[in-house]
Design a protein around this ligand. Structure first.
Ligand code: FES
Length: 166
């Protein structure tokens, strides 16, 4: 497990080719690290720092500043529910609460099977589609708990099928 693996080589070189110096690609490489490790882990920080020729402390401070980087392990599906005012007016708070209850977790927690993490976030600029969330940065809009239960059970079934094939 490393972002220095062959599978990322072309992508990382493409990022570097866009910028005048390697350090300018740090945010793009942090995404690669998050994809590889599921979060911006200490190993990921060290690798990004080495590739961008930066101090790991600088890389860590950048990762800590932006909410799209996770500094702790997340579930396979990172559900970020917008509970900002316009969404709250369309039932986002209740939706967020019911989602956590259905999964049996609290704010920012991950289900025991490691599949789902739920967090609330501020406006994601899809206010007219509330309740909405982003799952691993893909928007899911006009939600209700029936849709979410179907999504959650579908993902659980996929994981069970994958496990039974091994
Ligand atoms: S307030 Fe929720 S997307 Fe804007």
């Amino acid at each position: 497990m490393s972002i220095k693996d062959k599978k990322y080589e072309a992508r990382i070189q493409k990022y570097f080719s866009k910028y005048p110096d390697k350090r300018s690609a740090v945010m793009a490489l942090l995404y690669v690290a998050q994809e590889e490790y599921g979060w911006v882990s200490p190993e990921g920080i060290a690798e990004v720092a080495e590739l961008c020729e930066m101090d790991p402390t600088q890389v860590k401070s950048i990762a800590g500043f932006y909410t799209m980087y996770s500094e702790k392990p997340k579930g396979k599906y990172w559900l970020q529910v917008c509970t900002d005012l316009p969404c709250a007016l369309k039932g986002a708070d209740e939706f967020h609460k019911e989602l956590k209850e259905y999964l049996g977790i609290g704010e920012g927690e991950t289900t025991e099977d490691g599949l789902f993490t739920v967090e609330h976030v501020m406006c994601l600029a899809a206010c007219d589609k509330a309740p909405m969330l982003q799952c691993n940065f893909h928007y899911m809009e006009n939600l209700d708990m029936e849709k979410m239960k179907a999504f959650i059970e579908e993902k659980r079934a996929e994981i069970e099928q994958e496990a039974s094939r091994k």
